[in-house]
Design a protein around this ligand. Structure first.
Ligand SMILES: Nc1ncnc2c1ncn2[C@@H]1O[C@H](COP(=O)(O)OP(=O)(O)OP(=O)(O)O)[C@@H](O)[C@H]1O
Ligand SMILES: [Mg+2]
Length: 251
């Protein structure tokens, strides 16, 4: 599919899902309210096995709600609520939301410092950016010695002021070959049997809407060459580094 056709397809999909999401929101919210009412009953004796199932249903409804948000941001990144956010908090919250059985066998380091300047960003969208990048890393990891690292730093402008934060998600997965790399931000491009190919498209839209940029560096199929980070220290023996920037002061 050529790029123009894909972009048109994304716009149509965005319009369609925005309408669909609008229609789904009300019944979804109503269902979640009912579940919350049920959970409140637990204090007066809701059996444990019922409570567990209610919680499980609630978490599936939350997942549907997140997917709706993702698809809506295809047509409109929806940066509506800007807040001063700590990247440490957002990354920690993404890790909490990332429910994935594979995490148990991965060495996952969050080296993002609480000392970093706050960024002005949309909490939900930025959390989803972390989740999409972490999921890509999880999908690529080897069975043994699987490692993911989150880290972040600041970039100085020509006057010596800290102007941007740079966030990196690094993994020691398969890497991306030279033929694949130029296509990874294209809507619907995927190398996975069950992938939609929209993860990095959404990441890019959200980061651009916040005034940042996103890039992915990889060893590109040459297992002997390490990817270099564009900002800050090189990431040891990681094969792929997804990196995005966000302005510190303004959007
Ligand atoms: N960390 C990574 N390591 C290896 N390949 C990657 C990595 N991140 C992205 N890719 C490649 O980029 C492609 C596009 O990624 P993208 O997140 O847009 O879609 P997806 O992961 O295939 O599907 P979806 O995110 O919609 O479930 C992937 O199919 C994969 O080939
Ligand atoms: Mg993905």
């Amino acid at each position: 599919m050529c790029a123009a056709v894909k972009t048109g397809a994304v716009r149509s999909l965005g319009r369609f899902t925005a309408g669909l999401a609008h229609d789904l929101r009300n019944p979804l919210n109503a269902a979640q309210l009912q579940l919350q009412a049920l959970l409140r009953l637990s204090s007066v004796g809701l059996p444990l096995f019922v409570r567990e199932r209610v919680l499980a249903v609630n978490s599936e409804l939350c997942r549907i709600s997140e997917l709706i948000d993702d698809y809506m941001s295809l047509s409109e990144p929806g940066i509506t609520r800007l807040e001063r956010l700590s990247l440490l908090d957002i990354s920690a919250s993404a890790l909490t939301h990332l429910v994935d059985a594979r995490l148990g066998s991965v060495t996952l380091e969050n080296r993002i410092s609480g000392e970093l300047p706050a960024v002005l960003a949309d909490r939900t969208r930025l959390t989803r950016v972390f989740i999409h990048l972490l999921k890509n890393s999880l999908d690529a990891l080897p069975r043994a010695d699987a490692r993911i690292r989150l880290d972040a730093g600041t970039v100085f402008d020509s006057e010596g002021n800290r102007s941007m934060v740079v966030v990196r998600v690094s993994d020691n997965g398969t890497g991306i070959d030279e033929e694949t790399l130029p296509q990874i931000f294209e809507p619907f491009f995927t190398t996975k049997a069950a992938g939609t190919g929209l993860g990095l498209t959404l990441v890019k839209r959200v980061i651009l809407a916040h005034g940042g940029v996103v890039s992915v560096r990889t060893q590109g199929g040459d297992r002997g060459r390490k990817p270099s980070a564009s900002h800050g220290p090189p990431s040891e023996d990681f094969t792929t580094i997804a990196e995005f920037t966000l302005p510190i002061r303004s959007i």
